[in-house]
Design a binder for this molecule. Structure first.
Ligand SMILES: NC(=O)c1ccc[n+]([C@@H]2O[C@H](COP(=O)([O-])OP(=O)(O)OC[C@H]3O[C@@H](n4cnc5c(N)ncnc54)[C@H](OP(=O)(O)O)[C@@H]3O)[C@@H](O)[C@H]2O)c1
Length: 350
């Protein structure tokens, strides 16, 4: 049996969903994959709950005993107020840091400090947080390589949509010449409602917020920055470049009018917020903006809050994957997938 002890850093929507998923699927993962994932610690901004033994924290009590608003450090038996993720990774109690703190595209913090600490102390990293990798992709990958550990980030590239893994595993050996993606569920939901229900941008955004699809502050999504961040991670991971966010030409969907949507419908084309990365000599040109797709384009069929990505290759032609849940459970499922693949690839024995 392989044993990977986890520190889950950040106990918000994704962190909580992951603990519930470990509880729900722990037995099946052990049976099918020979993998045990004991929870050594779970950390939020006020401190942590830290396991006292190798069996890890009791997942049922953690999941049931911590309603929203109550952090892990408040748990009587395991609570350790004020301790941070970076301090915990130095204690040698875990093999993997699972990072689920908020994404900050300006500083990368707090995730950047956590990832640096974990990789330098020989922990593998599995992250849903985009900021550190968008800003320090090369540095963090070099750090992982120097320390002989894995850095996995498929949950940061489009949650449950296997955008990155399709390129890494299924297109191995092919040259990816162009990438096109609908990588943000919120903006796709808004554009779909504008097209199908003739709602204005504001009406469709309000509905997305009411359903919990859009954040109260939707600027990262509607401005195209969430899409651009995912594109940077996918392009850097698959095309071997060092693209930065400021090299991506980004425009969002805030300016899209109902008249433009009606015009597109009359012309028989489908508006999508499209991420595009194209090889250009040794470099890559990247952009995010509203594009009008022909109805037979595979991404024209990706409706509502769904996402999709198409790779154009030299040997395998055009390959598309679409769907995948765009919510905390979907992101947690992508983290679990990365943990299973990490154990498979590294053959870590408990
Ligand atoms: N939600 C999704 O569907 C989804 C999908 C894919 C990727 N992601 C990414 O996954 C990450 C988590 O998303 P989320 O929706 O779970 O966000 P969230 O609900 O805001 O959770 C983040 C958690 O991290 C905690 N935190 C903040 N600073 C911390 C620190 N220094 N140390 C430890 N914990 C800290 C926060 O505590 P406070 O609230 O007390 O500050 C909060 O509990 C984000 O980076 C997001 O971009 C999310």
């Amino acid at each position: 049996m392989t044993n990977l002890r986890l520190i889950v850093s950040g106990y918000g929507r994704v962190g909580r969903a992951l603990v519930r998923l470990l509880l729900e699927k722990g037995e099946a993962v052990a049976r099918r994959h020979g993998l045990e994932l004991p929870l050594a610690a779970v950390v939020d901004v006020d401190g942590a709950a830290v396991a006292s033994g190798a069996a890890g924290l009791p997942l049922g009590q953690i999941a049931a005993g911590l309603p929203p608003g109550k952090g892990p450090s408040t748990l009587e038996t395991w609570g350790e107020p004020s301790v941070t993720t970076s301090v915990l990774v130095e204690r040698g109690l875990a093999d993997v840091l699972v990072e689920t703190t908020p994404t900050d595209l300006q500083t990368g913090e707090p995730g950047l400090g956590h990832l640096r600490a974990a990789l330098s102390h020989g922990l593998h990293v599995v992250t849903a947080t985009k900021g550190p990798l968008v800003l320090r992709f090369g540095e963090l990958n070099r750090l992982a390589e120097r320390n002989g550990v894995a850095l996995k980030y498929s949950a940061a590239t489009a949650a449950a949509l296997p955008a990155l893994d399709l390129g890494v595993y299924c297109l191995a050996g092919a040259e990816i010449e162009r990438i096109e993606g609908v990588l943000n569920g919120t903006t796709n939901f808004i554009l779909t409602r504008m097209r199908r229900l003739e709602e204005t941008y504001q009406e469709a955004l309000a509905e997305a917020q009411r359903l919990g699809i859009a954040e109260a502050d939707p600027r990262l999504d509607v401005g195209g920055w969430d899409t651009a961040s995912k594109l940077v991670l996918i392009a850097n991971g698959l095309l071997g470049v060092a693209l930065t966010l400021d090299q991506v030409q980004v425009s969002g969907i805030e300016g899209v009018t109902l008249d433009q949507i009606r015009g597109a419908a009359a012309a028989g084309v489908v508006p999508r917020l499209l991420a595009v990365a194209v090889r250009d000599g040794g470099a890559v040109r990247a952009s995010v903006g509203v594009e009008h797709l022909a109805p037979d384009h595979p991404l024209a069929a990706v409706d509502g809050a769904e996402k999709g990505i198409t790779y154009f290759t030299d040997t395998m032609d055009r390959v598309t994957v679409a769907g995948g849940k765009s919510d905390p459970r979907g992101a947690a499922a992508a983290l679990l997938k990365d943990l299973i693949n990490l154990a498979r690839e590294r053959g870590v024995k408990g």
